[in-house]
Design a protein around this ligand. Structure first.
Ligand code: DOR
Ligand code: ZN
Length: 469
């Protein structure tokens, strides 16, 4: 059989850029965008998608996903999380390194890439983890091998045998390496700075949290306000402040993960004004929820850092508007429904997010909070540029990877936990009504999702833009 001139045509859609939107036909061949035209070409096309009345975006990128694979696959795995991603219009995810084993050296990195490859419905990058002296000699090697960036869980203790993170560390715990002190953290900054890669931190001051939480527990405080008293905005502020100071000295490309406070984002804004390459992300739960929502949502909304107050939410929207925040990601961190069913104090922090991120952000466009062009900036171009994927990804142009998300901005949808594609259906957004829904997800020229259904096998590719071999 004669091969087609093009594999796929997306016709009549409105192609969205950070400043503009235009009608066009996108022709795809061998996983790449081969042509963009006003008129239809006289040529053979394998498959045609009519995107008339729809918006066509460079595929959404979620830089912050915990699929827990390998290690805690009873909570989630890559087979499920990447279907959830595709269902939510996401064409690339970056997998977090706090797996078991963690991505702490090249051997575990290679094993992880092999593990994820066969289950990937979308493209994926893999983070490396920084565990102080335990793996400081590995950063350079991990960098060359192809990690997407380095993550440091500031203030978290580590299990001495498995290198697993301890989420609620208390002094005196057994088989535990306590949280790294500032001297060692400074060395990590220096070592990661040498690689030139992003150094991403979970920013919460454990010392303050331990002390304040103990006080709250001693008086039997167990409400959401008590949780915030034990884990206040100051915890984030202090760590971001230290991080910025260390980044200024070392030249590290500091990135603040899931910023949740007005104070924290203001520090980032100031550092950026001074010209330092410091960036920040936030997540839908910090943008759409605040402490007041606890009364009707309940413990499901427990995440670390915790969702703060309305004033923080407003400051984060301002930071999206003025560009202080480089992109939005989900911090997809599922736990089982049983684990999340207990009381606020005992349950783990984290919830699903990769599938609901884009619908929530698109709804914000319909509500007039941001523009349709901001979506490109926050979910496609922004992350692509920050992580060195641009212009292969993050833009619709000839020669780019054919990762494309087609959106119906008029479609209304109610988020329902039972319809999520994740293994554990845990979300604070159950029952949320949104207008603006990803209708088709195209990964490397293959249609992976249509009308919420996953179609076809996992064809996602591993991406390592910084690898040297
Ligand atoms: O809420 C959270 N859950 N925050 C984190 O930083 C980690 C995550 C997890 O892995 O469960
Ligand atoms: Zn996370």
């Amino acid at each position: 059989m004669e091969s087609m001139e093009f594999d796929l045509l997306i016709k009549n859609g409105t192609i969205v850029t950070p400043e503009d939107a235009y009608k066009g036909n996108i022709y795809i061949k061998n996983g790449k965008i081969a042509a963009i035209t006003n008129d239809e070409l006289r040529s053979d096309v394998g498959e045609v998608v009519d995107a008339n009345g729809k918006f066509v975006f460079p595929g959404f990128i979620d830089t912050h996903v915990h699929s827990r694979d390998p290690g805690a696959t009873y909570k989630e795995d890559f087979y499920h999380s990447t279907q959830a991603a595709a269902a939510g219009g996401v064409t690339t995810v970056f997998e977090m390194p706090n797996t078991n084993p963690p991505v702490n050296n090249v051997e575990n990195f290679r094993k992880q890439v092999a593990n994820l490859k066969s289950k990937a419905f979308v493209n994926f990058g893999v983070w490396g983890i920084c565990l102080g002296h335990l793996n400081m000699k590995e950063y350079e090697k991990l960098h060359h091998a192809g990690v997407i960036g380095f993550k440091f869980f500031w203030g978290y203790a580590v299990h001495s045998e498995t290198f697993q993170l301890i989420y609620n560390y208390k002094p005196g715990m057994k088989d535990v390496i306590p949280p790294f002190a500032d001297g060692e953290i400074y060395e990590m900054f220096q070592e990661v700075a040498k690689t030139g890669q992003i150094f991403a931190i979970h920013a919460e001051n454990h010392d303050l949290i331990q002390r304040l939480t103990q006080k709250v527990e001693d008086r039997n405080g167990r409400t959401y306000m008590d949780l915030l008293e034990g884990r206040p905005s100051l915890a984030e502020e202090l760590t971001i402040q230290s991080g910025i100071a260390m980044a200024k000295k070392t030249g590290a490309r500091l990135h603040i993960l899931h910023v949740s406070t007005a104070e924290g984002i203001e520090l980032v804004r100031q550092a950026q004004k001074e010209g330092y390459p410091i960036t920040a992300e936030t997540c839908p739960h910090y943008l759409f929820l605040s402490a007041e929502d606890y009364d009707h949502i309940g413990p499901q909304m427990k995440v670390y850092p915790p969702i703060k107050y309305k004033k923080d939410q407003e400051a984060l929207w301002d930071a999206l508007q003025d560009g202080t925040i480089s992109h939005v990601c989900s911090d997809h961190a599922p736990h089982t429904e049983e684990e999340k069913a207990g009381d606020l104090w005992s349950i783990p922090a984290g919830m699903c997010g990769v599938e609901t991120m884009a619908p929530l952000m698109l709804n914000a466009v319909n509500e007039g909070k941001i523009s349709i062009h901001d979506i490109v900036h926050l979910l496609s171009e922004g992350p692509a540029k920050l992580f060195n994927l641009y212009p292969n990804k993050g833009v619709i142009r000839i020669g780019a990877d054919a990762d494309i998300t087609i959106v119906d901005m008029n479609k209304e949808h109610t988020i329902k936990r039972n319809e999520l594609h994740s293994k554990s259906k845990v979300t604070a957004f159950d029952g949320f009504k949104v207008k603006g829904v990803p209708e088709q997800t195209i990964v490397g020229g293959t249609i992976v999702m249509r009308d919420g259904e996953i179609i076809g096998p996992p064809t996602g590719k591993f991406i390592a833009p910084n690898a040297s071999n």
